[in-house]
Design a protein around this ligand. Structure first.
Ligand code: CA
Ligand code: CA
Ligand code: CA
Length: 316
């Protein structure tokens, strides 16, 4: 929970900027589109508060499209002097939008320093046919998970058991707080996602680089054991269908590399919402469970956020 103090004469955007310690120069670097994203998140929180009969953050109009229009400045997003609260998960996204270098991806946590032994997956410069490093990394992780009980697997965050989407160069950048860490992260995860999608489609599909439902189902059904009974089969089919619909963010009935990359980026979040370029077994399991659910999940927010962050809102 972030508590934002709204000073006399301040609007909500100014209060958020002050809370983040942003200077005038910092604020100039933030475009209208970013503020619209931020205010969409604040609006989301406000709507939830209304539903839960909690204190509103603002009153008046809430159309973020009018944010740059001075005619609306007195009527929209009206706040009172005092303190408003923003949910931590939404606040983290706001920080990521306004201060991308300070937020995700964070430096590796203390449990894993680059000096520790781990074998990062080599990320090729361009997709190369016939190479399967990314797919193999997932297979290796799943094999390790199968040696554990379900409980053990669900709680396993051992770095070397997971899948690394970044390399040592990136970890060094993250460790020294390099301003380009976030940009480099996206570059590496995009490459990883492109290769992984291509490898999936070469193995389970027709190799055109996007996954149809049938191709995705073939991949996902691998986990159904031959002796599974009809009920288990039906439940798993349902989960696969939910996952496909959830991941098809542009509704074209295919999963392209952008959508698979978005999933990988969402999987990177650990239970405390930190990102470190590594999908641990715990990250993988938590995401997989939400992936198959029929109702809206936190994962849907992460997918939406990451798709926009990686590929831009208007890009198809
Ligand atoms: Ca295909
Ligand atoms: Ca799609
Ligand atoms: Ca992670």
């Amino acid at each position: 929970m972030a508590q934002i103090n709204i000073g006399q004469g301040q609007g909500i955007t100014q209060a958020i900027a002050s809370h983040l310690g942003m200077s005038k120069d910092d604020c100039k670097k933030v475009g209208l589109a970013q503020w619209q994203q931020v205010m969409s998140l604040v609006d989301q929180n406000n709507t939830q508060n209304k539903t839960n009969k909690e204190q509103s953050i603002f009153s008046g109009g809430n159309n973020v499209k009018n944010l740059g229009n001075s005619a609306n400045w007195k009527t929209d997003f009206v706040v009172q002097q005092g303190t408003v609260e923003i949910q931590q998960s939404l606040w983290d996204k706001i920080v990521a939008i306004l201060k991308p270098s300070a937020a995700a991806p964070s430096a590796p946590t203390q449990s894993e320093t680059p000096a520790q032994s781990d074998a990062p997956v080599e990320v090729p410069e361009t997709p190369k046919a016939g190479q399967t490093a990314e797919l193999d990394a997932f297979k290796g992780m799943e094999a390790k998970a199968r040696e554990m009980t379900f409980e053990e697997a669900l709680n396993d965050s051992t770095p070397e058991n997971g899948v690394s989407m970044v390399n040592d160069e990136w970890r060094e950048m993250a460790n020294r707080g390099d301003a380009a860490t976030g940009e480099k992260y996206q570059e590496l995860v995009k490459k990883f996602g492109l290769n992984y999608t291509r490898q999936l489609d070469e193995k389970y599909g027709n190799g055109d680089g996007t996954l149809t439902y049938e191709e995705f189902e073939k991949h996902q059904s691998e986990d159904i054991t031959p002796d599974a009974d009809a009920d288990v089969r039906a439940a798993m089919k349902e989960a696969i269908k939910n996952a496909f619909e959830r991941l098809d963010l542009n509704d074209d009935n295919k999963l392209d590399s952008k959508e698979i990359t978005t999933l990988l980026a969402a999987m990177d979040y650990d239970k405390d919402n930190n990102v470190n370029g590594r999908i641990t077994i715990n990250d993988f399991f938590r995401t997989s469970i939400q992936l198959g659910e029929g109702d809206r999940q936190f994962l849907d927010d992460l997918l939406e956020y990451n798709y926009n962050s990686f590929f831009g809102k208007d890009e198809e």
